[in-house]
Design a binder for this molecule. Structure first.
Ligand code: G6P
Length: 614
């Protein structure tokens, strides 16, 4: 949902801004722009429709000098993605330029007001309204830019992470945030500002995460100066950045998505490190240790999440109910926040989010707190808004996920779900020590089994080649593999634009079966031992209607492989663990189809990795 980068310091700003934008491109990529203040105090603004590379091509031969600048990569909300609507936006006087991630909800009324006061607008954006509102305040109140921003933001309804440069101030950037993320990197006589830490990695280890409703003066030679929009001083809290350069580069893979798929054995191991104890057959989750009682005696555990994180939560609900016998609900955060849910202080709400910035999930957290529930988080990004808004939580430790289609974040979330379910079961005494030991040993072996799955996945590309031109596809699974079917279908539609749906296999006869003919391939996840026979019947039903069958089966499978047109094997495992394995070939299948169709795998159209708007 838009990425912002800004720089002020002793180096040339342009290359730093462009590299930063490229690292943030996963947040939006329909247009990009940069504003640079040069040594002659000229404010040069360049914008281009399309990717950051289009912006680079468009500035050839132009003045890109300057040691201070702001830059933006956009995911359109107000106004179509074109050059005019791209950021940065200039104020009417041309004295200042602004970049903005978020949405100003009351921009129409503010725009009308400003028009009455003589301001004119070139674009359809809410952002151009904001910069002119700031200019109007500055001119009418005779205050400096910092004050003008602070006052103006009191009139704004919505979300923002903004950075502004002003002519005559070659050593100063004013920034502010509410709802959209912002981090400031503190270097040697230089500052970096960005939507997340990726543009800062490799440049400095010292960072400050800006809080909601804070305005910051970033001035060379001075400490960060922060006040809230209500004029209360805030002390910056400087932290060490926990991210390295390797984690945000492709490491020889053609796409981030494939790199991230192949990282999964290591990531799952990292997620379990120091938490799963195969020597004592126990689990410890330090982050939530003070909330275990609440979880154990909760009337309901309620997961709130969106997209892939919702699928991981659904796996979690099956696991916790099955193993720990605690009631679990799974809610789309976007529905939860508006449907007046019945939540009491006896419930525990768990927000699940890779980015930790999803606007609907943040709103759901706020609502759950209003109801008095304990709110925990399962997040990937350390220091993210959700990790800070929750009472406590569990980090997934998947490292930065750059590919827009989530892969390793999903498996790490599911790994956390296993550990949570096993820990609660341990505390509640719902499992015999022998069975618990068996499960913990199995979870410990999963990274090797994921590696095996990857090592035996070469033929998935051949299967993909056969189906790359289909228009529709169905994915079927039962129990814990039903969310895997949903996730497999989501991967395919996200990156290849083929219409795909996931279903619990037994639901097939209640509708989807009407779709089956020779042109409808169906992926079956046929690994669960206790529903195996039933899934076989579903496979038979598709076969007798000439549908094509791709079956994900266990290594030891005998029957399903005889019925399917194509077979993908995963290692044998205790059934409930198959989501961590069956997901892998479905990611690879979607990946190859998308590549063969010439789609942009890492940055699929219309999507963004971090959805910081409703
Ligand atoms: C977007 C992303 C998905 C992600 C969802 C929820 O739609 O493209 O990959 O699953 O947001 O994001 P979160 O960061 O909260 O997990």
């Amino acid at each position: 949902m838009c990425g912002i980068v800004a720089y002020v310091g002793h180096q040339d700003a342009y290359p730093i801004l462009i590299e930063g934008l490229k690292r943030l491109e996963y947040r939006g990529y329909d247009s990009a722009g940069v504003a640079l203040l040069n040594a002659q105090d000229e404010l040069n603004v360049y914008k281009a429709k399309g990717k950051v590379s289009d912006l680079e091509a468009s500035v050839v031969g132009k003045d890109i000098s300057g040691h201070i600048g702001i830059a933006h990569t956009r995911w359109a909300t107000h106004g179509e993605p074109n050059q005019t609507n791209a950021h940065p936006h200039l104020s009417n006087s041309g004295n200042m330029a602004l970049i903005h991630n978020g949405i100003i909800e009351n921009y129409m009324s503010l725009r009308k007001e400003l028009e009455k006061r003589g301001f004119t607008f070139k674009s359809d954006t809410d952002t151009e309204v904001l910069i002119n509102l700031i200019e109007d305040v500055q001119q009418s109140e005779h205050v400096d830019l910092f004050e003008a921003v602070r006052i103006a933001l009191n009139h704004v309804v919505g979300a923002y992470a903004i950075a502004i440069v002003e002519k005559g101030h070659p050593d100063e950037i004013i920034a502010a945030r509410k709802g959209s993320p912002m981090v400031i990197g503190i270097g040697q006589n230089e500052y970096f500002i960005a939507s997340d830490a990726t543009p800062i990695v490799g440049r400095t280890q010292k960072v400050v995460y800006i809080e909601d409703e804070q305005v910051v003066r970033i001035k060379l030679g001075e400490e960060l100066f922060i006040r809230t929009i209500h004029d209360v001083e805030a002390i910056p809290y400087v932290q060490e950045l926990e991210m390295n350069l390797d984690s945000i580069e492709k490491a020889g893979f053609e796409h981030f998505m494939m790199k991230e798929i192949y990282e999964q054995p290591r990531i799952v191991r990292d997620t379990m490190r120091g938490r799963l104890h195969p020597d004592t057959n126990s689990v410890s989750l330090g982050g939530i240790v003070n909330y275990e009682k609440q979880l154990l005696y909760a009337d309901n555990i309620v997961f709130v999440a969106c997209g892939t994180s919702w699928h991981a939560s659904l796996v979690g609900s099956y696991l916790i109910e099955f193993l720990a016998k605690i009631r679990v609900k799974v809610e789309y955060a976007s529905e939860f926040r508006y449907r007046h849910p019945v939540i009491t202080p006896h419930d525990v709400v768990i927000a699940v989010s890779q980015s930790g910035e999803t606007a609907d999930t943040l709103a759901a957290i706020k609502l759950a707190k209003e109801y008095g529930a304990v709110v925990l988080g399962i997040c990937n990004v350390i220091g993210s808004s959700i990790s800070r808004a929750t009472d406590a939580g569990i980090y997934t430790h998947a490292g930065p996920e750059i590919g827009v289609a989530s892969t390793k974040a999903f498996t790490s979330q599911v790994t956390v779900m296993f550990m949570l379910a096993l820990r609660l079961a341990e505390l509640k005494g719902t499992l015999t020590p022998e069975y618990r030991a068996e499960l913990i040993q199995e979870l410990d072996s999963i990274p090797e089994k994921i590696q095996w799955t990857l090592d035996h996945s070469a033929h998935v590309k051949d299967i993909a080649a056969k189906y790359k031109d289909v228009r529709n596809m169905l994915y079927m699974g039962r129990l814990q593999n039903y969310p895997v079917a949903l996730e497999g279908a989501l991967k395919l539609k996200e990156i290849s634009y083929i219409h795909a749906e996931g279903y619990p296999a037994a639901e097939m006869k209640h509708g989807p079966i009407a779709l089956i003919d020779k042109d409808m391939p169906v992926v079956f996840i046929a690994t669960n031992r206790n529903t195996y026979e039933k899934v076989l019947s579903n496979i038979q039903e598709v076969k007798s209607r000439n549908g094509k069958i791709i079956a994900v089966v266990s290594e030891k499978d005998v029957t399903a492989r005889g019925m399917a047109d194509h077979v993908i094997e995963i290692p044998d495992c205790i059934s409930i663990f198959s989501p961590l394995l069956a997901t892998i070939p479905l990611q690879i299948f979607a990946y190859h189809i998308a590549v063969m169709r010439g789609c942009n795998v890492d940055q699929p159209r219309n999507l963004a990795k971090s959805v910081t708007v409703e």
